[in-house]
Design a protein around this ligand. Structure first.
Ligand code: SF4
Length: 949
C-alpha cells in the first residue's frame, strides 16, 4: 500500500523539495545535445476539477515563464499523481485565444462586439450599481452564480458582508440528489469512502475513470484492489470502470435503489447484519411504518417489521426492474456482508442525478453501510464533514436577514441547493429581476439544460440589468454578458481547498506562481494581475476591491469586513487574509512551520499543502465536551441538550457527540420526511424514475398500470412524433475533459472531440439498419439534435447514451470561443421561442502565435445535446433529472450533422408539469425548510419562517 509520506518517498522518482529552487533538467528540444535547463518549482493546486490535486509549476529561470506542470509529491491527497487534466493546465495558460484583459461590450448584448476596458472602470461601474441597489433595499437583485467554485468560504463571507441572500450555484444540475440521500441519514451530505482499506468496493458510477475526486480516489481504489478488495460497478454503460470490476451490474437507469434494497434484504434475511451497530446507532426506536410502531417494542420486532416492509425487494423483483441477474445481486450482497465494516462505496452523480427520485439510490446505498456497520470505520464509509477542513478567517459577518425566493422557492422546501436551473423560468413568471449578475466560471447556456431559455433571459436587459462573466475562458454565456472579466487558472490565483478525498484531513493552497516568484525576487506587487499574463486577475482581490467600491467610506458597514486585521482601517491584502488563517485557524500548521523556521504562510507557499490529521474514524463516538456536558440534560429520546440545543446522545450509557441529525443518530426513519408531506418516504424506498418503462408506455398513450402520476410527469409528444422511445443517458464524462474549461486545451481536445450516440445493435436494426457513423435524429420533449451513431453492445437495448462536454459552438467565425473545440454555427430565432442552430463549419486549422493551431487535424466539435433538454426539477430535491425520454430515428434528407431545434414555449410547459408534482412549504410552524437541514450561505433563523398574512 502506498501511504503518503511527508518526505515524498512514496514515489520512486520526484524532485526533492530541497532542490525546488534550482531544479535542473535536460532541454528536450535541444536533443541530442545535452543542454541543462534550470527551473524554480512552485506548488499550487489544480483548478480543472474539484479534487484539488497538487501541482508543481516549473518556471524556466531564463524566461520567467511556466513551462510545465507536474504533480506535487508533498500533497497528501494526490501524492504527486495527476490525471491528464492537471498537466494540461499548461495549454490553458498559454492558449493564444485566451482572454487577457477585461472587456466591455460595445454593441447590443449578444452582438459579439467588445472593447478593452480597465479594472478601475469595472469596479466603479459595478460598485455604483450595487451600492444604489443596496440603498434602495433591492439587495436580492444582486446575484453571484458559481459554476466551479475552486475555493472554500471566501465567497459566502463576501456575500454575508454585503448582507444579501445572493449566492447561487450549479449544484442542482450536479449532485443535489445524492446529497439529500446522504444527509437524511447523517447530516453530512457527501460520502468519504476509505477505498484503500476496503475489502469490498461498490461504485454506482464510472468513478474509477472520471467523476468526483477521481484521481485521489482512483489511486486508492487500485490500492484496495491490490490488497485484495473486490470491486463491483453498477452502471448501465460498460464504462472503463465497469471493465475493471469483478462484478458489472448493468442496471436499467433509475432502478438502482431496487437492487440495493434487494441486497439489504439478502443481508437481513440471512441475519448477516451488524445488530449491535444498528441497535446502538440508528434511531430505530422512532420507526413507524405500515401500522408498526417501534416505540416500546424489542429490537428483534423492529427487524421483523423491516423484513415485512421490504419483503417485495426479492432478488427476482430487482432483476425484473433492473435487468441485473438475481444471482449477481445475491452474490454481491453476500460479499458486502463478508466485508462487514470494510465495505466502501461511492455514488455522487450517475443514478442519483439522472433520475427522478434518484436521491433514494444514495439512501438505499447507505442502508447497506448501516447494516454492515461500515460507517466511520477503516475501509468503510466516512462522512465528508469529518475529512474536509474549512478554516475560518479573522472576522466573520453575521448571517443575512433576508431570504431570496429566486434561490430557495417555497415549492422545493427540501432542496439542498439553489434552484438555479429554473432561474429563467422564475424570471419569466415575474418572480423577480436581477440588477447585477455575476456568472463565475459558469456557462449555463452550454452546461445547463434548456440553454435557449438562458439566452432569452440573458439578452433581456429588463430581466438582467448588468451581467459580468468572470471566467478564465470564452464561453457561450460570456457572449451574452456586458463585461467579460478574465480570471486566472491554477497558477494564477489564490484559493484554499480541502476535500474529503481519503481518510485524512488536509488543506491545500493555490497560489499565483509568477507573483510568488517575483515577490521572492523583491519586486513589489500590489495586485495579482500585475504579475499574471495580460491583466488576468484573481477573484479574492476582485471582491475585496469591489466591496470597497460599493462602500468607499465605510458608512454602509460593508468595508469593515475587508480591512486588514493587522493594519486597522486599511484595505485587506490577500497575504494578510491567508496569513491570518494559517497562523490562527489551521491546527498544527504554526508548529510545523516553526520547526522549519518559517511563518505559516511561508510554509504553505513552500509546500502548497498540509495534512492536519489522519485520526478521522468513528468521530460520532467522541465524548461530549465537558463544557457542553455541564448544565446539559438527557431527553427521553436519549438526546443530550443544552439550552434547548442538541449537543450529543446517550449510547451505551455514555454521552457522545453522535451525528448532527435531530435524533443524533443515523436516521433509518426520517420524521423530517413525514413532517414535510412525504410520509411514504420516511424510510429508504425505491420509486420509479421519469424514464421508467411505465412512463414511456404512458407517454405513448398505452395503459401502464404501474405509471404513478403522483410522482411521474407525463411526457407529451407532438401528434406527428416519429421513432421508438428510448432512455437517453446524457451525463457520462470523458476523463480528460472539463466542461467549458477544457475548450482551450489543445492537448485535451486532441484526445477526444466527438460525442456519438451509443446504440445497441438490436436498436440500430429496429431503427433501420443504422451503422456506426450514420446520422440519427434524437427528439426530446422540446426539440431535436442530429448526430452520428456508434453501434456498441456496451449498453442494453432500449437505452442510448451520449457524453457531455461536447458540442461547443461560437457565433463568430474567428474569435470569442476557442476554435480548436467549437463549431461555427448559424443561430436563428425562427419564431417566438423557436430556435434553430446549424453548423456552418466544424473545427479547422487556424493561424495564431502557437504553431500547433495550424496543425489541428480534427474537424468534429461534437453536438450540443443539452440545448434540447427541458428542465426536470425533482419534486423533492430540486435536482435536475438529467436522463431523457427520447425518440430516435434515422436522420432525414434535410438533416445535417449538428442540427438543433428547440421550442422554449414547450420547455416552459414541461417546467410547469414538473412543478405541479411538488409539495410546497410551509412546513411545521410556518417554516420554509427544516431548520436542521444545512443551507449554503445560511441566513438568520428568523428568515426561515414565512411571514404571516
Ligand atoms: S483529478 Fe485531474 S483535473 Fe482533477 S484536480 Fe486532480 S489533476 Fe486536476
Amino acid at each position: 500500500m502506498t501511504d503518503f509520506k511527508r518526505d515524498g518517498s512514496h514515489l520512486s522518482s520526484y524532485p526533492p523539495v530541497e532542490k525546488w529552487d534550482d531544479w535542473v533538467e535536460y532541454d528536450a528540444e535541444a536533443w541530442p545535445r545535452r543542454v541543462k535547463k534550470h527551473y524554480q518549482l512552485v506548488p499550487t493546486i489544480c483548478f480543472n476539477c474539484e479534487s484539488a490535486c497538487g501541482l508543481l509549476a516549473y518556471v524556466d529561470k531564463d524566461t520567467g515563464q511556466v513551462t510545465k506542470f507536474e504533480g506535487n509529491p508533498k500533497h497528501p491527497s494526490s501524492r504527486g499523481r495527476l490525471c491528464a487534466k492537471g498537466p494540461a493546465t499548461i495549454t490553458q495558460i498559454h492558449d493564444p485565444d485566451r482572454i487577457l484583459y477585461p472587456m466591455k461590450r460595445s454593441g447590443p448584448r449578444g452582438g459579439g462586439k467588445w472593447t478593452r476596458t480597465s479594472w478601475d472602470e469595472v469596479l466603479e461601474t459595478f460598485g455604483a450599481r450595487i451600492r444604489k441597489a443596496f440603498q434602495e433595499n433591492r439587495g436580492e437583485e444582486v446575484m453571484y452564480h458559481v459554476g466551479r467554485p475552486g475555493h472554500d468560504f471566501i465567497m459566502e463571507r463576501t456575500l454575508q458582508a454585503w448582507g444579501i441572500d445572493g449566492h447561487n450555484s450549479h449544484t442542482n444540475v450536479c449532485s443535489s440528489s445524492a446529497r439529500l440521500g446522504y444527509l437524511l441519514w447523517h447530516y453530512a451530505d457527501r460520502p468519504s469512502p476509505d477505498h484503500a482499506n476496503a475489502r469490498f468496493i461498490l461504485l454506482l458510477s464510472a468513478h474509477l475513470e472520471s467523476g468526483h475526486y477521481f484521481n485521489p480516489h482512483a489511486q486508492r481504489i487500485i490500492e484496495g484492489k491490490m490488497a485484495g478488495a473486490k470491486l463491483a460497478v453498477m452502471d448501465p454503460r460498460l464504462s472503463n470502470t465497469a471493465s475493471m470490476a469483478d462484478h458489472w451490474m448493468p442496471s436499467y437507469p433509475g432502478t438502482e435503489a431496487a437492487v440495493l434494497l434487494a441486497m439489504s434484504m439478502v443481508i437481513l434475511g440471512e441475519n448477516r447484519f451488524d445488530a449491535t451497530f444498528v441497535k446502538n446507532w440508528t434511531n430505530w426506536e422512532e420507526l413507524e411504518v405500515g401500522g408498526f410502531s417501534a416505540k416500546g417494542q424489542s429490537f428483534e420486532a423492529l427487524i421483523e417489521a423491516l423484513k415485512r416492509h421490504y419483503a417485495k425487494f426479492t432478488p427476482e423483483f430487482a432483476e425484473k426492474e433492473s435487468g441485473v441477474k438475481a444471482e449477481v445481486i445475491v452474490k454481491t450482497a453476500r460479499e458486502i456482508a463478508s466485508a462487514g465494516s470494510r465495505f466502501a462505496s461511492h455514488l455522487w452523480r450517475g443514478s442519483a442525478s439522472g433520475n427522478l427520485g434518484g436521491w433514494q439510490s444514495a439512501r438505499a446505498l447507505m442502508l447497506l453501510h448501516v447494516l454492515t456497520g461500515s460507517v466511520g470505520t477503516p475501509g468503510g464509509h466516512n462522512l465528508n464533514s469529518w475529512n474536509k477542513f474549512v478554516p475560518r478567517p479573522f472576522k466573520n459577518p453575521p448571517p443575512q436577514k433576508r431570504w431570496n425566493e429566486l434561490l430557495y422557492p417555497l415549492e422545493w422546501p427540501l432542496c439542498i441547493h439553489e434552484m438555479s436551473p429554473l432561474l429563467p423560468h422564475f424570471l419569466k413568471e415575474g418572480r423577480g429581476r436581477i440588477e447585477a449578475y455575476f456568472t463565475r466560471v459558469f456557462n449555463p447556456v452550454w452546461t445547463y439544460p434548456d440553454g435557449f431559455s438562458w439566452i432569452e433571459m440573458l439578452r433581456d436587459e429588463e430581466k438582467v440589468g448588468l451581467h459580468a462573466a468572470l471566467t478564465p475562458t470564452w464561453s457561450e454565456t460570456a457572449w451574452f454578458a456586458d463585461y467579460v472579466l478574465p480570471m486566472g487558472f491554477s497558477s494564477e490565483r489564490h484559493d484554499l481547498m480541502s476535500q474529503e478525498s481519503y481518510a485524512g484531513k488536509w488543506i491545500g493552497f493555490r497560489q499565483p506562481v509568477l507573483r510568488v516568484l517575483q515577490e521572492r525576487e523583491g519586486k513589489k506587487i500590489d495586485y495579482t494581475y500585475q504579475a499574471n499574463p495580460g491583466e488576468v486577475w484573481e477573484e479574492d482581490e476582485f471582491w475585496i476591491n469591489l466591496s470597497w467600491a460599493i462602500d468607499p467610506d465605510g458608512s454602509m458597514g460593508i468595508r469593515q469586513w475587508f480591512e486588514s486585521p493587522y493594519r486597522p482601517g486599511e484595505k485587506l491584502k490577500v497575504d494578510e487574509y491567508y496569513g491570518w488563517i494559517f497562523e490562527n485557524s489551521v491546527p498544527g500548521l504554526p508548529e510545523a512551520a516553526a520547526k522549519e523556521g518559517l511563518k505559516p504562510l511561508e510554509y504553505m507557499r513552500k509546500y502548497g499543502a498540509y495534512e492536519i490529521t489522519t485520526d478521522v474514524y468513528r468521530l460520532n463516538e467522541e465524548p461530549v465536551a465537558p463544557a457542553d456536558l455541564s448544565g446539559s440534560k438527557v431527553e427521553a429520546s436519549g438526546v443530550v441538550t443544552k439550552e434547548s440545543k442538541a449537543v450529543g446522545v446517550m449510547v451505551d450509557g455514555q454521552a457522545v457527540v453522535g451525528y448532527k441529525t435531530p435524533s443524533r443518530k443515523l436516521e433509518l426513519f426520517s420524521k423530517t420526511m413525514v413532517d414535510w408531506k412525504w410520509p411514504e418516504f420516511a424510510l429508504p424506498e425505491y420509486y420509479r424514475s421519469h424514464i421508467h418503462r411505465s412512463a414511456q408506455a404512458a407517454s405513448m398513450g398505452k395503459t401502464a398500470e404501474d405509471f404513478d402520476p403522483r410522482y411521474m410527469p407525463l411526457v407529451e409528444w407532438p401528434k406527428d412524433a416519429k421513432g421508438d422511445v428510448y432512455t437517453l443517458l446524457p451525463i457520462f464524462r470523458l476523463p480528460h475533459l472539463i466542461h467549458t474549461r477544457s475548450g482551450n486545451s489543445k492537448f485535451l481536445y486532441e484526445i477526444a472531440h466527438k460525442n456519438p450516440l451509443w446504440l445497441n445493435p438490436v436498436d440500430s436494426q429496429k431503427i433501420g439498419e443504422v451503422r456506426t457513423g450514420d446520422l440519427v435524429k434524437v427528439h426530446t420533449e422540446i426539440g431535436f439534435f442530429v448526430l452520428h451513431a456508434w453501434i456498441t453492445e456496451g449498453l442494453a437495448p432500449g437505452v442510448v447514451a451520449c457524453s457531455h462536454h461536447m458540442g461547443r459552438w461560437r457565433l463568430n467565425k474567428d474569435d470569442q470561443l476557442e476554435r480548436m473545440s467549437s463549431a461555427w454555427v448559424d443561430l436563428q430565432e425562427v419564431g417566438k421561442g423557436q430556435w434553430k442552430m446549424r453548423q456552418t463549419s466544424g473545427v479547422e486549422p487556424y493561424e495564431t502565435s502557437d504553431p500547433d493551431t495550424k496543425r489541428v487535424w480534427w474537424s468534429d466539435a461534437g453536438v450540443h445535446q443539452n440545448l434540447t433538454f427541458p428542465v426536470h426539477p425533482d419534486p423533492i430535491t430540486g435536482m435536475h433529472c438529467w436522463h431523457q425520454m427520447v425518440r430516435v430515428e434515422r436522420a432525414g434528407a434535410d438533416d445535417r450533422y449538428g442540427d438543433i431545434f428547440v421550442d422554449t414555449n414547450l420547455s416552459f410547459a414541461v417546467y410547469q408539469r414538473w412543478k405541479a408534482l411538488t409539495r410546497p412549504a410551509p412546513g411545521p410552524g410556518g417554516l420554509r425548510r427544516p431548520l436542521w437541514i444545512p443551507r449554503v450561505h445560511r441566513p438568520q433563523e428568523a428568515a426561515f419562517y414565512m411571514k404571516k398574512g
